[in-house]
Design a protein around this ligand. Structure first.
Ligand code: SF4
Length: 316
């Protein structure tokens, strides 16, 4: 039986970013240096496949520091942690390594600088996301106010409208954030902030690549985890830019063949924490049912690399 034809538009850039790559390498190096088990506070990156592979090598994933024993090393995830976490680890004289993405650390530094200048902070982010908790936790309680939507901006209760600054989560929707920043600048003309926002290069590039292919796709799949902020944003971006069916899948087994129906074109991308092996798994699942032609659509070249420390050092 002849298979129906399908053109797959493969978005580029997609998948692993420099911060994810670095965080995974740090866990692997820690296991090599100190032997198993090495504890990791929170999923090192939001991807089950990655977490399971590291678990097989000897990593133990926990949500909070109190779940770790004093005498084993602990790694803090790429999303960043509130200041209280390394402080508690130091108090317990634990060995710990911070795998926070340097672009998240940059936002932490920004927030601290504004605080030292006497400004109250507004963070644009998603409530409960570990990066938001980590960034808000850089400053004392009450110093960072969270807004998630344009409506929140109208209701936020600030101490002094003339002494305000804002930062953002790094993995937000670029377009939604533009609107929220505009609402902040409109309500608080004196607010200080980054030129645009703090959304990282990887989030921006993956969203741009999806925008380029979405109008030509009958459907678009984002390979990524349901708790991955940047992956969820890619689904939204596809839907907002003309693709009628956009879905997040962790693995090929999650593809909803019935919902896809008789598609002739399919977009595929992957969130910043999804490895390429899973993208290939999804493409191969389509090859079994369709006569597939893959066209790569590259909208940006990435050459960002974050240094992985050659030797893991224990903080003094
Ligand atoms: S998505 Fe951006 S901020 Fe997050 S780890 Fe990757 S590079 Fe860093």
């Amino acid at each position: 039986m002849t298979k129906p034809q399908l053109t797959i538009y493969l978005a580029a850039p997609r998948g692993f970013c420099a911060g994810v790559d670095r965080a995974i390498k740090i866990v692997e190096m820690a296991i090599e240096k100190w032997g198993a088990p090495v504890y990791v506070r929170h999923e090192i990156v939001h991807n089950k496949f990655v977490v399971d592979s590291l678990r097989d090598k000897g990593a133990v994933f926990v949500e909070e520091l109190h779940e770790c024993p004093d005498d084993r090393p602990v790694i803090f995830s790429a999303h960043g942690v509130p200041k209280s976490v390394p402080a508690a680890a130091a108090k317990r004289e634990m060995v710990f390594v911070d795998a926070t993405c340097p672009l998240v650390s940059k936002v932490h530094i920004e927030a601290e600088r504004h605080y030292e200048n006497g400004l109250q902070m507004i963070m644009i982010g998603h409530a409960g996301h570990p990066e938001t908790l980590g960034t808000m936790g850089q400053l004392p309680e009450g110093e960072v106010l969270l807004v998630e939507t344009v409506d929140d901006v109208a209701n936020v209760d600030v101490r002094d409208p003339s002494k305000l600054a804002f930062v953002t989560q790094t993995t937000l929707s670029v377009d939604d954030t533009i609107d929220i920043v505009a609402a902040l600048r409109d309500r608080f003309p004196a607010i200080v902030g980054p030129h645009k926002e703090d959304i990282c290069y990887a989030t921006t590039n993956r969203q741009e690549a999806v925008k380029a292919i979405a109008p030509d796709c009958d459907a678009l799949l984002v390979v990524g985890a349901p708790n991955s902020s940047n992956s969820k944003r890619l689904v939204e971006v596809a839907a907002k830019n003309g693709c009628n069916y956009a879905q997040l899948v962790q693995r090929a087994t999650e593809i909803d063949w019935r919902a896809l129906g008789e598609i002739r074109s399919l977009g595929i991308t992957a969130g910043a924490s999804a490895p390429e092996v899973l993208v290939n798994e999804v493409i191969n699942a389509f090859r079994e049912r369709f006569d597939v032609t893959v066209e790569m659509v590259e909208t940006a070249k990435e050459n960002v690399e974050f240094k992985v420390p050659r030797v893991l050092r224990v903080p003094a």
